[in-house]
Design a protein around this ligand. Structure first.
Ligand code: NAD
Length: 287
């Protein structure tokens, strides 16, 4: 069994290109984290980094194809629960699962999100049902996570809530209109909640990542560049970055999440941590 787990971990490391299989600093030792949208992409990378820092992780996701396998690959510190964040009851159940299993919830990472319409329509053609769907997952789902984490963390007088925003929440034109609106909303709810939760010893922050070629982005890009191979799209996306040719990787976002979740950020709340290599500092976009 140990061999199998070792091989699974190596497979995971190789496949996703993470830096090291050795355990790092223990900055989340003894902590319990719940990550929505943790089956894939940025959520999965955060799960890996949190475990490397000593946490136990619950992956809450609708993807039953990939989610349970991700938890298996991550090893005994990970569990999978089915959770559709559009259902407040399921978010509440996922939080209760964390507490029932581990006796506590220290980190709630509201990360699940969708890009919305695959071909960004003109505002004049916007389908408001599609708009509602994006808001249900990206905004309402995040708020449900904040609400139910606060239910546990406020009485405990401790906890760190993280949310995934985006550089699309800092400027227009980077994504479909509904996605942009949904991501502008995240720093808003974070500031609003922080103003209350700080009195209870609970911190809440969000992260605004640059483009990382996760399944979400690859699917979106495949619509704009039909026929283009995965490698070409990855290279093109990475080429948008500005930090001296460095690309934005899942691990860059995940380690920002580790910082915000950990005691290193004990005086940081209501913040939007932009992980974009300087992209949004430029006056002119270089598309
Ligand atoms: P991804 O598609 O790899 O992962 C998203 C996960 O969310 C998937 O596992 C999916 O099953 C899950 N999910 C979708 N709807 C759900 C629901 N209703 N309930 C529970 N889980 C659900 O994409 P990703 O790029 O890792 O995206 C994660 C977050 O990062 C999203 O909020 C996205 O908007 C944000 N983001 C991504 C990028 C990027 O470039 N990849 C940039 C900025 C922000």
């Amino acid at each position: 069994l140990r061999d199998f787990k070792g091989n699974a971990a190596n497979f995971f490391l190789n496949r996703f290109g993470y830096a090291s299989s050795t355990s790092r600093g223990g900055r989340l030792e003894g902590k319990v984290a719940l990550i929505t949208g943790g089956a894939s992409g940025l959520g999965r990378a955060a799960a890996y980094e949190f475990i490397q820092e000593g946490a136990k992780v619950i992956i809450a996701d609708i993807n039953t194809q990939v989610g349970p396998q991700t938890a298996l690959d991550l090893g005994p510190q990970a569990n999978f629960v089915y959770c559709d964040v559009t259902s407040e009851a399921q978010v509440a159940e996922a939080v209760d699962f964390a507490v029932a299993h581990h006796g506590q919830l220290d980190i709630m990472y509201n990360n699940a999100g969708i890009p919305g319409p695959s071909i960004p329509p003109s505002i004049a053609d916007l389908n408001l049902d599609e708009f509602d769907r994006v808001m249900q997952i990206n905004v309402r789902g995040t708020i449900a996570g904040i609400k139910h984490a606060a239910r546990i963390m406020v009485p405990a007088k401790s906890g760190s809530i993280l949310c995934t925003a985006s550089i699309s929440g800092l400027m227009g034109g980077l994504g479909p209109h509904p996605y942009t609106v949904s991501k502008f909303a995240i720093p808003g709810i974070v500031k609003s909640a922080a103003s209350e939760l700080c009195r209870h010893g609970v911190r809440i922050n969000c992260i605004s990542p640059f483009v990382v070629p996760t399944p979400l982005v690859m699917d979106q890009m495949a619509v704009f560049y039909p026929g283009a191979g995965r490698e070409w799209i990855t290279e093109m996306v990475n080429g948008l970055g500005e930090l001296n040719g460095a690309k934005c990787e899942e691990v860059d976002v995940a380690r920002a999440a580790v910082f915000l979740a950990s005691n290193d950020a004990k005086y940081v709340t209501g913040h939007n941590l932009v992980v974009d290599g300087g992209f949004t500092c430029f006056k002119q976009l270089r598309f």
